[in-house]
Write a protein that binds this ligand. Structure first.
Ligand SMILES: Nc1ncnc2c1ncn2[C@@H]1O[C@H](COP(=O)(O)OP(=O)(O)OP(=O)(O)O)[C@@H](O)[C@H]1O
Ligand SMILES: [Mg+2]
Length: 229
């Protein structure tokens, strides 16, 4: 089995002026390729702090975090940016460019990576089909429903073949029916395409659909449970 993430005594302390805020107080966990892990916990428990570290958006204060064997605590800014290209991000508020059509949004990371036009259009079209949007490829994102927009965001995250998908409340802005259908899609990507998924949610029903739950409280990982399916 391939290990995607490995955290050892991971901590993050923010300085608020002179006052240290211990947002993460020593987390240990391992995520293997193909897992679907939910991070659950009350507001302020450190979920986003942990997500920022896992996504190579920030460095830990102490401890180590290996992303595919690379310790992010030792990386320069440029190397951290490089590590970030291994991560597919999906946020609560889609963050699409409204004037671009679906394929234009999905192509964007490949444009930035310098992939030639023909190849990036083919890859973008393929992932849009895989998220069930084959008939919406040329719709502007402003012409799509919330659920369709989030599928475009998932396609955009997948198009660079990331090591894992990192999702922060991906269903937080969707009604319950659309949310359930988005989770169906992500579960299918996980089970059939073996995409490793890590998701922060407040929604217990969504958490139950995933294979494993990490529970956070006051900066600690207080439980690591296998979900009965
Ligand atoms: N940049 C920062 N500077 C100072 N303190 C911070 C900073 N970011 C977060 N914190 C503090 O760290 C703690 C954990 O915050 P975090 O954002 O990780 O919580 P969360 O679990 O994501 O909460 P929510 O569910 O509300 O999004 C909180 O007490 C928060 O106030
Ligand atoms: Mg948060």
């Amino acid at each position: 089995m391939t290990t995607v993430l490995e955290a050892q005594n991971l901590t993050k302390t923010y300085m608020l002026g002179q006052v240290p805020v211990k947002a993460l107080r020593g987390a240990d966990f391992v995520v293997e390729q193909g897992e679907f892990v939910t991070i659950l916990g009350p507001s302020g428990s450190g979920k986003s702090t942990l997500l920022n570290l896992i996504g190579a958006l920030d460095r830990p204060t102490s401890g180590s975090l290996l992303i595919e064997g690379i310790d992010v605590s030792e990386l320069s800014d440029n190397e951290l940016a490089e590590a970030r290209t291994k991560v597919g991000f999906v946020f609560q508020f889609f963050n699409l460019i409204p004037r671009l059509n679906a394929i234009g949004n999905v192509e964007l990371p490949l444009v930035i990576a310098g992939v030639p036009k023909k190849e990036r259009q083919e890859r973008a079209r393929e992932v849009l089909i895989s998220v069930g949007l084959g008939d919406r490829i040329h719709h502007k994102s402003s012409e799509l429903s919330g659920g369709e927009r989030q599928r475009v965001a998932v396609a955009r995250a997948l198009v660079s073949n990331p090591s894992f998908l990192l999702m922060d409340e991906p269903t937080g802005n969707l009604d319950s029916v659309t949310a359930a259908s988005l989770i169906d899609l992500i579960v299918e990507l996980n089970e059939e395409k073996k995409v490793t998924c890590i998701m922060v949610t407040h929604d217990l029903e969504m958490a139950k659909r995933t294979k494993r739950t990490l529970r956070m409280k006051d900066g600690h990982l207080v439980a690591d449970e296998v979900n009965g399916q």
